[in-house]
Design a protein around this ligand. Structure first.
Ligand code: ATP
Length: 325
């Protein structure tokens, strides 16, 4: 394999808190290994548009605490076509880039895998997504912050729900995976948690809520992952309206606040470890793998396994939530 002298780093797909800390770690570890670094702005679209910037030690000063991503992020339709990828590779070659570090979710990794398989460019993935839905790492960068943001918001909703004895349906992010819903549900003492991995039939939801009201007749909180079978909190509220007429029902969709904000210390440390491990993996000659942390040890996983093998929820936690609610 060609000796690596210059790497490109970019953030892609949905942004997640901690991406900046990962970029910082990539840049500083690269410099420490006598490599030069360019940042690609706006993910794969920036690669196609030749939107590259040189990154130095000072370029990543004072960003570890910032949410969002200084490199910006984007979803690129053009990159899905072969011509788009050819253009991207042409620009990388023009800039003398030998290898890339891709920070994002499964879509980002699919794109990186294609770059590697079609053009032979060494690629390393860094898991940056609030969804925590990638195999090969116990947690993804941004997940902890998103959960804490959701928890803080839900605590506030609980106060007002309690003051009025209301039923609140709170929707959290998670189209395919219920990690955020499950953990925030437990952390906020939700009466019911609905998520994509567990079948949620509307009749069962009705029955569970009726039971909650029969037993306690006070404010109740239902956490609904956006990808739950019931169709999300707004649709669920419409379907439950008639059955729970005497309770004041309110819906709150937390939405994008879950993506923003300053990363927690846990996300900053995780991002620092993973960004650094990604560069080390390239230096050691690895390619087409994702860096993760499993049982507190950094681990490399073949990129394809990160999305092909669905990460399992901890079903014990789901049972625990039922016992404690
Ligand atoms: P998140 O999990 O936060 O949504 P993600 O990385 O999965 O992040 P996507 O929008 O799915 O976000 O993917 C990011 C970008 O990766 C896409 O906009 C597209 O440019 C590229 N991409 C996704 N899938 C493929 C694919 N199969 N082939 C080539 N490129 C892809």
């Amino acid at each position: 394999m060609k000796t690596i002298k210059k790497i490109a780093v970019f953030t892609s797909g949905g942004d997640s808190p901690g991406m900046n800390a990962a970029v910082r770690a990539v840049v500083r570890t690269a410099i420490n290994n006598d490599l030069s670094v360019v940042g690609v702005r706006f993910g794969y679209q920036g690669m196609i548009d030749d939107d590259l910037v040189d990154l130095h030690d000072h370029s990543v000063s004072n960003i570890i605490q910032r949410g969002g991503t200084i490199l910006k992020s984007a979803r690129s339709k053009d990159f899905r076509a072969r011509e788009g990828r050819e253009k991207a590779v042409e620009n990388l070659k023009k800039a003398n880039v030998d290898a890339i570090v891709a920070i994002g979710g499964d879509g980002t990794f699919r794109g990186a895998t294609e770059l590697n398989e079609e053009f032979g460019i060494p690629v390393i993935g860094v898991p940056g997504t609030i969804d925590n839905d990638l195999s090969g790492t116990d947690e993804t960068i941004g997940y902890d912050t998103a959960m804490n943001t959701a928890m803080d918001a839900i605590d506030k909703i609980r106060d007002t729900a309690d003051a009025h004895d209301r039923l609140f349906l709170v929707e959290v992010m998670g189209r395919e995976a219920g990690f955020i819903a499950l953990e925030t549900g437990i952390a906020t003492g939700a009466e019911l948690i609905l998520l994509p991995e567990a079948v949620s039939r509307i009749d069962d939801v009705r029955e569970s809520l009726s039971e909650v009201f029969r037993v306690q007749r006070r404010s109740s909180l239902v956490i609904v992952a956006e990808g739950d079978e019931t169709g999300g909190a707004i649709k669920l509220a419409e379907n439950l309206k008639e059955d729970f007429e005497k309770y004041e029902m309110r819906v709150s969709v937390l939405g994008h606040i879950q993506r923003g904000g300053s990363p927690t210390s846990r996300d900053r440390v995780l991002a620092s470890r993973l960004g650094s491990a990604a560069v080390q993996a390239l230096v050691d000659g690895h390619t087409n793998v994702m860096v993760g942390v499993v049982n507190n040890q950094t681990k490399l996983t073949p990129m394809k396994n990160t999305w092909a093998k669905k990460k399992s929820l901890n079903y014990e936690l789901l049972e625990l939530a039922k016992v404690l609610s």
